[in-house]
Ligand binder design. Structure first.
Ligand SMILES: CC(C)(COP(=O)(O)OP(=O)(O)OC[C@H]1O[C@@H](n2cnc3c(N)ncnc32)[C@H](O)[C@@H]1OP(=O)(O)O)[C@@H](O)C(=O)NCCC(=O)NCCS
Length: 205
């Protein structure tokens, strides 16, 4: 479905057993109560949306007509995942904020919501590659990306600020679990990160 004349968003993007919708107040209220994972995935957690001021600001941001489009994956009226895309990144159509809460994981929500978004983007924005970055410890995410046709284009050390800040506070055992993906370099923590890419083309999955 194409974007409506008044909004940069389609009303919904149909996928396999789910649909992608733009953020609204009802969906945001669900996101605010999703289960959280904590370190090292704390940057995805959305408990801060229970604060009405932050919720209003996030909803405004999630609906504005800038370079980003933000979607909530819904099974019926239940919000089961979220994903965003930057339409104007120089590297390509840049997928980010790929997040499925623990209570909905392991059912292919990630794969199905990304497949729906990729199909829609191929129709609406033909041409550029799809790209994303992912910390090397996010192994579940990599399996989903691999199944969707993404391949590692480059691996590099990256300063991920929310992760680096939390690393100072994280208990030793938690840090140890991702130790092989980290280095302490020039006075700060860096994490190994994959840049993954996938050309357009429906036959790739
Ligand atoms: C990564 C994430 C989006 C996956 O969502 P999902 O809907 O569970 O993903 P899928 O069901 O499509 O499965 C992806 C892979 O993870 C595996 N998986 C998912 N949940 C699992 C669980 N609880 N236990 C073991 N494996 C699990 C799936 O089996 C699948 O692997 P397979 O192909 O080998 O079977 C979700 O776990 C998440 O939001 N994690 C935190 C944020 C994050 O890492 N985002 C991506 C950053 S780049």
């Amino acid at each position: 479905m194409s974007a409506t004349s008044t909004s940069p968003y389609p009303t919904a993007i149909a996928g396999d057993g789910l649909e992608l919708r733009p953020w609204d107040e009802d969906l945001l209220a669900q996101l605010a109560h999703w289960g959280e994972r904590g370190f090292p995935f704390h940057a995805f957690d959305l408990g801060h949306l229970r604060d009405p001021t932050r919720a209003r600001a996030e909803l405004r941001r999630a609906r504005e007509a800038g370079p980003h489009r933000h979607f909530v994956a819904c099974e019926g009226e239940t919000a089961v995942g979220r994903v965003s895309v930057n339409l104007r990144d120089r590297a390509g159509l840049y997928l980010w904020a790929v997040h499925v809460p623990p209570e909905h994981e392991g059912r292919g929500v990630c794969r199905r919501m990304m497949a729906a978004l990729i199909d829609w983007l191929e129709d609406e924005y033909p041409g550029p590659d799809f790209v994303l970055t992912t910390n090397t410890f996010a192994e579940r995410a990599h399996r989903a990306y691999d199944a969707l046709g993404f391949r590692v284009a480059e691996t590099r050390w990256h300063y991920d600020r929310p992760l680096a800040e939390e690393l100072w506070r994280a208990p030793r055992d938690q840090r140890k679990a991702i130790e092989k993906h980290l280095r302490f370099h020039n006075g700060r923590w860096e994490v190994r990160t994959h840049l993954m890419a996938r050309p357009q083309g429906k036959s790739l999955r």
